[in-house]
Design a protein around this ligand. Structure first.
Ligand SMILES: Cc1cc2nc3c(=O)[nH]c(=O)nc-3n(C[C@H](O)[C@H](O)[C@H](O)COP(=O)(O)O)c2cc1C
Length: 586
């Protein structure tokens, strides 16, 4: 079993898998009210298959806000909006903890009530800029909290925990990393206090421990976690001796029976996971820069109990499925990390959605009629198999159809999916099909259109097995149009076994045998079936064997991604280069 799929225990909960979605600020909440948007309901629900979701950093009280369009958990409206989110996640069987984030000095008067000055342990400004509604601004010198004010801040965390539970959260996480208020107290560079919250290590850790005690008092220790990221350096926080500070803190945390300790990896040369793991008696979450392999091996090694994924989770709502099936991953788009709106937030496709993307034509004869659309997953008829297409050949037919040249030969209902040749893998079988099994590598023709959809239902008798030594792209490059041309040449005795045929290419005769003439040379009454008459699985199998043996040579001129397919079709229209262009799907 993939180790990420195993269950694990976090506090009072059993996680159904060991994948945790990292807390990530996404700046989609209402700027004035701090109410999470309706989009957030969808965003979190899309990712509910995670063993545990940690929400974006959320301010416990208005003075904790540090970024535009971040959400809070202090007002009735905020609690109600969060409730819709937790309901949506629970409806899908997920678990969700709210991350409490008080940014302390990493804020700006324009983000705070009555233009208040941000608060911090000491009056030391952070270096760098803060992003405000009116653009980046210098950090201001914060106001050092009076000792007597600190219980009030701790109380805000307690109230926020209460509100989080009211909003249906399964627990709460204290954000004690990234240079925000708790880490400002912990770190010697930002804490120069001389009261019981500053000076000694014990005193600098006191704020975090007080806050945790308040949160635990409200939720119980088994619903409270904490995130730390030693030596992250983010927001110009620094500590003179982090290798002493963090072991001390973790030892103090260890006795608290918390739901978990969450350690985010930083660029530090010191392996804090190795240092801290033995010191904490309880579930351990670890993340930061994980990919498929490191996530799995981390869990397999038994070092953390769960692996935390941030940016990859943001970009892959179905990350668990993708990781466990070795599927390709969407790349995170940094430009939309913190932008407003749905773009880059709820529109990352799942594998299923991506699989159903198809290159289609919408009208005849115009330049911009080719587009990549979403299409419904096909169902399989009794004589068909469902093929996950790995590669499809770009065919001269495509643009001729697109440009209307074959309009009267190929009467298409538009929009239509382009593409004719394919190579891929059988992922579904109609009840009447006996010659193929799930997982078989197949190549063939659609006898119709649709190869550029990533999953297509194809008549089984239009497919043949791909010889073991043929790649998907080579298999897809044995093209129908040229195949029919070959057949014509074979039939006419012009092309002999052992000769090299440049598929769809340099040899003008082959190309000229293909499309325009079909419209004029196909006998009346045979139009539209000419193509199908010529292609059958047996002929394809023979050709594939010829290619596999080296008797015929496949020349692939270029391999392009689906997103580049329209342009490649355009190139093929004019160029007819020295080989076949193939679209690759993975
Ligand atoms: C867009 C974005 C926003 C983030 N916001 C937060 C946050 O609100 N709270 C937090 O603890 N960490 C935040 N992080 C850090 C992540 O939780 C995580 O530690 C980091 O991204 C490293 O993991 P990754 O390499 O898997 O992305 C954020 C990261 C990203 C990419």
């Amino acid at each position: 079993m993939n180790p990420l799929h195993e269950t694990t225990r976090i506090g009072r909960y059993t996680l159904r898998n060991r994948l945790v979605m990292a807390p990530m600020t996404r700046s989609r909440a209402d700027e004035t009210s701090g109410v999470p948007s309706e989009l957030a309901v969808q965003y979190y629900a899309q990712r509910a298959e995670a063993g545990l979701i940690l929400t974006e950093g959320t301010f416990p009280a208005p003075m904790g806000k540090g970024y535009v369009r971040t959400p809070g958990i202090h007002s009735v409206e905020q609690i109600a909006a969060w409730k819709r989110i937790t309901d949506a996640v629970h409806a899908k069987g997920g678990l969700i903890f709210l991350q409490l984030m008080h940014t302390g000095r990493i804020s700006h008067p324009s983000l705070l009530p009555d233009n208040a000055t941000p608060v911090a342990p000491s009056a030391i400004a952070a270096e760098g800029k803060v992003f405000t509604a009116s653009g980046p601004q210098d950090f201001v010198v914060p106001r050092a909290l009076e000792t007597a004010e600190i219980p009030g801040i701790v109380e805000e965390y307690r109230t926020a925990t209460h509100h989080a539970l009211e909003a249906g959260f399964d627990g709460v996480e204290l954000h004690a990393a990234s240079g925000y208020l708790p880490e400002q107290f912990l770190s010697s560079g930002t804490n120069q206090r001389t009261d019981r919250y500053g000076g000694s290590l014990e005193n600098r850790a006191r704020f975090i421990l007080d806050v945790l005690a308040a949160m635990v008092g409200e939720a119980g220790s088994d619903r409270v976690g904490i995130k730390i990221a030693p030596e992250m350096g983010f927001n110009s926080v620094s500590d003179a001796a982090p290798q002493e500070t963090y072991p001390y803190l973790v030892q103090r945390l260890s006795g608290l029976k918390l739901a978990y300790l969450h350690v985010a990896r930083t660029k530090s040369a010191l392996d804090y996971r190795a240092l801290l793991r033995p010191l904490f008696d309880g579930p351990f979450l670890h993340g930061g820069g994980l990919d498929r392999q490191s996530g799995e091996s981390l869990i397999a090694d038994g070092r953390p109990d769960a692996a935390v994924f941030g940016s990859l989770y943001l970009a892959n709502p179905d990350l668990l499925q993708r990781l466990s099936t070795s599927a390709p991953l969407n790349s995170p788009d940094r430009d939309t990390f913190y932008s407003a709106g749905a773009n880059g937030y709820i529109d990352y496709p799942t594998l299923d959605e991506a699989n159903n993307r198809a290159l289609r034509i919408h009208a005849y004869g115009a330049a911009d009629v080719v587009s990549t659309d979403q299409i419904d997953a096909p169902s399989v008829a009794s004589d068909e198999v469902l093929v996950r297409v790995h590669a499809a050949g770009i065919n001269g037919f495509d643009w001729k159809i697109r440009d209307g040249i074959l309009q009267d030969v190929f009467p298409l209902r538009l929009p239509a999916t382009l593409g004719i040749e394919l190579a891929g893998e059988v992922i579904g079988i109609g009840s009447g099909v006996t010659q193929f099994a799930i997982g078989d590598r197949v190549m063939g023709t659609l006898g119709g259109l649709g190869a550029y959809a990533n999953r297509v239902a194809v008549a089984a008798d239009k497919l043949t097995r791909v010889p073991a030594n043929l790649s998907d792209t080579d298999a897809a490059a044995i093209p129908v149009a040229a195949l029919t041309a070959w057949q014509a040449l074979f039939d006419a005795g012009e092309l002999k076994r052992g000769q090299t045929a440049l598929i769809h290419g340099a040899d003008g005769r082959i190309v000229s045998t293909a499309a325009p003439e079909i419209a004029t040379q196909t006998p009346p009454g045979k139009r539209g079936v000419w193509f199908q008459m010529r292609v059958d699985a047996q002929r394809l199998a023979e050709l594939a064997e010829d290619v596999a043996r080296g008797d015929l040579q496949v020349t692939v001129s270029e391999i392009v991604e689906l997103s580049e397919a329209a342009a490649a079709i355009e190139r093929n229209k004019t160029g007819h280069g020295p080989g076949k262009a193939v679209i690759k799907f993975r």
